[in-house]
Design a protein around this ligand. Structure first.
Ligand code: C2O
Ligand code: CU
Ligand code: CU
Length: 486
């Protein structure tokens, strides 16, 4: 085994790396650690997906092992972190009403835990409790009971140990959770695209983030789809594919296009829109998911992410890190061959709940700011309502069963994607504009020097959990608060 460099040790905590392989055929196997650093250009291998684990008779039991090890990215051996040796970890497929059990073993050198992002489940005990810490070398058994009314859609899992989240997610710890539809949508095939970014330094290690990168939110130099660089997909004209996309990047916004194909967005994050929407482009903040239909039109289309200006920390203190402004090609879809028979109409979606007519029992404002102090050395410190995270303080107490309206205000020059656990948010106003349809998300963007207004129904589960910025460097720096529903 090759020695782990000091830089690498910052991410891995100096753990002895265990050899792991990435499942799937789309990866080259190269053992040469001195091979050149992979780059985003070029066309990769055939698209692959992580292994899938499905619930049966209302239950799914999974063992997840978080550990450091070697994975292959575009022919280069990279020392990364992974669940069960794969990047991403296995996909968990469940249904509303199911019980999901996850036995997590922490094989890392640092504490970790597990969060099921977006699932509407209890935040207490051994359910989605982010206050659980699983020390290095220990295990913990999680048990999540999905209510019968759980919205279908794509969700995901990742570590949530405060202070370690960004290094662990950036290192490779993430996987998808799919909650099946009550009535299946007929498609030629389904694909899962977990998009993440990573930086691979010389020697195949992930360099530690600089203070400046942490302030703006680190972005990896490579953007991967299911751990692959620029994979290639094929379909036939007229085929309808369903793409479930997860933005697992720790700070990067995705502005996705697939020019030449007809795209219909069924929903984002939690549940569906009232009717599917034809779109050219999908903006996904870190943590967001998209549920998309792609109608195959003959030709070759590039899945690209265009530059999104999420602001910078420049103007507060010097210049932020440079972020390249060009498009990035994430994958290639080639549609060729005999035309497929026309797909059946998309079944009607269950109408989403609409809180615009609900009685609001309380209003609050959360102010997201890059204040001074806290991080020391003149660095800016991300805060919510002037405070950084304190695990012993409850910041907001809400009444179980009530509906509240929250005004999310951003006074800084960077966007902050705000995430609330357990209860999804209905966006009612964005940048001063009223939203005239029911849109439910669990990550909502608050633009730089802007506002977003949401309504939240604190239904089904009481207990204590968190809300935070999903630029995970900001979360680790304390842009997180505790909410208690009682
Ligand atoms: Cu995706 Cu609190 O996290
Ligand atoms: Cu979450
Ligand atoms: Cu932020």
């Amino acid at each position: 085994m090759r020695p782990i460099t000091r830089r690498n040790a910052l991410i891995l905590g100096g753990v002895g790396a265990v050899g792991v392989g990435v499942g799937g055929t789309g990866l080259w196997m190269t053992q040469d650690a001195s091979s050149p650093v992979p780059s985003q250009t070029g066309v990769g291998k055939e698209f692959t997906e992580p292994p899938e684990l499905r619930s049966r008779n209302g239950a799914l039991s999974v063992a997840l092992e978080a550990a450091a090890g070697q994975v292959t990215v575009a022919g280069n051996t990279v020392t990364a972190l992974s669940y069960n040796g794969g990047l991403p970890g296995p996909t968990l497929r469940v249904r509303a009403g199911d019980t999901l059990r996850v036995s997590l073993h922490n094989g890392l050198a640092d504490p970790s835990n597990l969060h099921v992002h977006g699932l509407h489940v209890s935040p207490e005990n051994n359910s989605d409790n982010v206050f659980v810490t699983v020390p290095a070398g220990d295990s913990f058994d999680y048990r999540y009971e999905l209510p019968l009314n759980h919205p279908p859609g794509v969700y995901w899992y990742h570590p949530h140990q405060h202070g370690f989240v960004t290094d662990q997610v950036f290192g490779g710890l993430y996987g998808a959770i799919i909650v099946e539809d009550p009535t299946a949508i007929a498609v030629s095939r389904e694909r899962l695209l977990v998009i993440s970014d990573i930086t691979v330094g010389s020697g195949g290690t992930i360099p530690a983030a600089t203070a400046m990168e942490k302030m703006s939110g680190r972005e990896g130099e490579l953007v991967l789809v299911n751990g692959q660089l620029a994979p290639v997909m094929a379909s036939r004209p007229g085929e309808r594919e369903r793409w479930r996309i997860v933005n697992a990047c720790v700070s990067r916004y995705l502005r996705l296009r697939l020019d030449g194909q007809r795209l219909t967005l069924l929903g984002m994050d939690s549940g569906r829109f009232s009717s599917p929407r034809t779109v050219d482009e999908i903006l996904m903040a870190p943590g967001n998911r998209a549920d998309l239909l792609v109608m195959g039109a003959a030709g070759t289309s590039l899945l690209r992410t265009r530059h999104y200006d999420r602001g910078s920390s420049a103007g507060m203190m010097g210049r932020g890190p440079e972020r390249p402004a060009g498009d990035i090609t994430l994958a290639t879809l080639t549609v060729a061959g005999e035309s497929a028979a026309a797909a059946a109409a998309v079944p009607r979606q269950a109408l989403p709940r609409d809180l615009r007519a609900a009685t609001v029992t309380a209003r609050r404002e959360l102010v997201f700011a890059m204040g001074t102090g806290g991080m020391g050395g003149g660095m800016m410190s991300p805060t919510i309502n002037g405070r950084t995270f304190d695990p012993s303080r409850v910041d907001e107490t809400v009444q179980f069963g009530s509906v509240e309206e929250w005004l999310l205000t951003n006074t800084s020059t960077l966007d902050h994607p705000m995430h609330l656990h357990v209860w999804p948010m209905q966006i009612v106003e964005e940048g001063g504009r009223v939203v005239d349809t029911a849109i439910w998300q669990d990550v909502v963007n608050i633009p730089a020097r802007g506002t977003t207004r949401v309504r939240i129904a604190f239904d089904d589960f009481s207990g204590r959990t968190v809300y935070h910025c999903h630029i995970l460097d900001h979360e680790d720096a304390g842009m997180m608060g505790i909410i208690q529903a009682q």
